[in-house]
Design a protein around this ligand. Sequence first.
Ligand code: AHR
Length: 347
Amino acid sequence: MKETVKKIQLISMISFLAAVIFLLIFILSLQFKPKSKNKTPEQQERLILGFSQIGSESAWRTRNTQSIYEAAEENGIQILFDDAQQKQENQLKAIRSFIVYQVDVIAFVPIVEDGWDNVLQEAKDAGIPVILVDRQINADPSLYAGFLGEDGIEEGRRAARYLVNKCKNRTDEVTIFEMSGTENSSVVRDRSNGFREILSAYPKFKIIHSENGDFLRSRGKEIGDNLVTKHFYGANRHGLYFEGTKIDAVYSHNDSMTLGLLDSLAEHNINTKDTIMISVDAEQKSIDALTEGKLNCVVECNPNLGPKLMELVKQIANGETIPRITYNSETMFTEDDDFSKYEPRGY
Ligand code: AHR
């Protein structure tokens, strides 16, 4: 009798365990079910791109986001968009959520260069290809499919070449005040390095100060206010000074900071006609400032990355290999141009 009771107990335990295991397998299979099973036939045909943008710090950035949305729409690609509000941790979360969602391709604008290896390895393990947009990273290149964006080194070189040519008849020292963007971002490194690379052949050029303005108009204004109120300005409010030294040229890594600096100069009624002003991006407002004689040179950084990005997404989805680096075409504008030939920038 005791034997039979024991047997019954054993059988019920085994059945209970089997039921638990079955339930677990069922729950897991629900979670990791291929995404196509949840989709309507129309959705199944559409590629899904998870895109993490860093924020909306400038008109350039806003145009960059629009370009990606517009091109996705034109190409019938569905976008899962995330705005990281200038925080890397938000980008990491967004990329992880794209992985859970099992998107077809992930694209993101890396706010800084370091700290991406783990999340990219997770994407790779999940079989999801990743494209870097606008900025580059320090990571094992096998962790991402390729990069699409600007040649920041060339942008820096263009700014410097303009300055070298502009000062070709000067034999005295040329002092430069630099406003740079987001710390530890590839674009800042590149724009700084390209600029310095060209100038290094000409000992007369001296960068007297470099200040981080975070790519923000508000910071450009602050930097300007600081220069004007703490560092003095020239006689009759003419020219800018840093720690008693006259600034001959300002090199600003983006238009937002440049426009902020111009806001400050206008507010304090400072005339910088003789200060060489160089900016990067080519937003309409900075082209306007160029035509008004407030800037001397604007190096273009092209935000219209959407169409090319969608091409790359489709290539990857077809199993093709994409180029390691795809640069967008860019130009530059100077005070010597025929302004009547300028097309409206659209941003
Ligand atoms: O990474 C590109 C830079 O980021 C643009 O020059 C700037 O305007 C933006 O914020």
